[in-house]
Design a protein around this ligand. Structure first.
Ligand SMILES: Cc1cc2nc3c(=O)[nH]c(=O)nc-3n(C[C@H](O)[C@H](O)[C@H](O)COP(=O)(O)O)c2cc1C
Length: 152
């Protein structure tokens, strides 16, 4: 499994590490990386790809994935990863017009690749402000992901 994450203030890193630990405790091998250290070939051999990102401004556009994702996403344009399992986690803040807009961007990428989202994407609002409930949401979501993996 490949979990690609980027962060500015550390929230997405904490969430990514939690997800990776829970998957590893359940017997999965997870490679956790910054998207700048990955490439399309690596995605094509992974059994599951997880994208995790805050939403941020990029080139004057709000609600975008972290800039570390941009060149990887560009390199995927025109490619297909038919039926490849994907899962998406976004951290954001609902006071912004495009709450967790990065998740919507990733979902478009998965659709264009003809990949398969195996669980509904997780959108986390104000990670540090409500850490207990947000961490619980991450655990619940990862359980759903594990259940989806066991049936796929
Ligand atoms: C300059 C800036 C732009 C942001 N833009 C958005 C946005 O468009 N949509 C959103 O939901 N959250 C937005 N956020 C909130 C962050 O995504 C949120 O704080 C997130 O938890 C940060 O994750 P990190 O700790 O991994 O960096 C923005 C925050 C900053 C500082």
């Amino acid at each position: 499994m490949l979990l690609l994450y980027a962060t500015n203030s550390g929230g997405t890193q904490q969430v990514s590490q939690m997800v990776a630990s829970l998957l590893q405790e359940n017997g999965h091998t997870v490679s956790v990386k910054n998207p700048k250290e990955s490439n399309a070939d690596e995605l094509s051999v992974a059994g599951l790809i997880i994208f995790a990102s805050p939403s941020w401004d990029y080139q004057d556009k709000e609600g975008m994935p972290h800039e570390d994702f941009i060149s990887l996403l560009e390199s995927l344009k025109g490619k297909t990863l038919e039926n490849k399992p994907f899962a998406i986690v976004g951290l954001g803040d609902s006071s912004y017009a495009h709450f967790c807009g990065a998740v919507d961007e990733f979902e478009k990428v998965v659709q264009n690749l003809k990949g398969k989202l195996i669980v509904p994407s997780l959108k986390i609002d104000g990670y540090y402000l409500h850490m207990d409930e947000n961490n619980q949401a991450v655990r619940d979501w990862t359980s759903k992901l594990l259940a989806a993996l066991s049936t796929s």
